[in-house]
Design a binder for this molecule. Structure first.
Ligand code: PEP
Length: 248
């Protein structure tokens, strides 16, 4: 049985004080046996957030990693460094990295390779734009993004896929639970075809304006194994509400 994963992507938000307040606000949130909770702060605040979550079940991850190993790559943080800092998770290929920072499918695949080699579990983000959805290409785009990762990486039960339709990220628009399930089901079938039984253990998260009010319906779908949450992960009450929906 797949455990739900509720992961918060804080993006470039917060500071020492607000991060501490956010974690403080989450400390009393019950986390069920079948739920894992993860927060991904900006890299500079990771060690402070690790200290603040030390006596909780909340895990801490990174939002990005380098596609390279150590060397002369100014500004890059390698997966080995993430592992050395005690991190077990990294978000890779978020649509903001793809669209704003030019990450190609190949770069995403290279980052997955580095993360896995370092023992850091990748949360691999895929998803179509509004134009791609409206022109009937949504599934093909997601499978192409998946294929690029599969081309150079052996599939693993430790992989988490985050299906995040780009048009739903930070816009307040959410895919209907039926549309999301349709894509998650298609992804699971494709992964089964490519990877066999391991696909049953891979978690597929939905991301895109998940809130306490829509989380329960999304989590009720057969192939939705949790959420990657942006905006609502910055408010303790909202993130706690999403965790509560996974606990139920
Ligand atoms: C995200 O950035 O991964 C995301 C899903 O953002 P939001 O929840 O704000 O749409």
């Amino acid at each position: 049985m797949r455990q739900y994963l509720v992961a918060g992507n804080w993006k470039s938000n917060g500071n020492t004080e607000s991060n501490a307040a956010l974690i403080g606000g989450l400390k009393s949130t019950a986390i069920g046996d079948n739920v894992e909770v993860l927060v991904c702060p900006p890299i500079l605040y990771i060690s402070a957030v690790q200290a603040e979550t030390a006596d909780t079940a909340i895990e801490v991850g990174a939002q990005n990693c380098s596609a390279t190993q150590e060397g002369a790559y100014t500004g890059e943080v390698t997966s080995a460094m993430l592992a050395d800092a005690g991190l077990k998770w990294v978000i890779i290929g978020h649509s903001e990295r793809r669209t704003l920072f030019g990450e190609t499918d190949e770069v995403v695949a290279a980052k997955v390779k580095e993360a896995v080699a370092a023992g850091v579990k990748p949360i691999i983000c895929i998803g179509e734009t509004l134009e791609e959805r409206e022109t009937g290409q949504a599934e093909a785009v997601c499978l192409r993004q998946m294929d690029a990762v599969l081309a150079t990486n052996a599939p693993s039960a430790d992989w988490v896929i985050a299906y995040e339709p780009v048009w739903a990220i930070g816009t307040g628009k959410t895919a209907s639970s039926a549309d999301a399930q349709e894509m998650h089901g298609a992804l699971r079938r494709y992964l089964r075809e490519k990877a066999g039984d391991v696909a049953e253990d891979m978690r597929i998260l939905y991301g895109g304006s998940v809130k306490p009010g829509n989380a329960a319906e999304l989590f009720g779908q057969e192939d939705i194994d949790g959420a990657l949450v942006g905006g609502a992960s910055l408010k303790a009450e909202d993130f706690a509400g999403i965790i509560a929906a996974a606990n139920a």
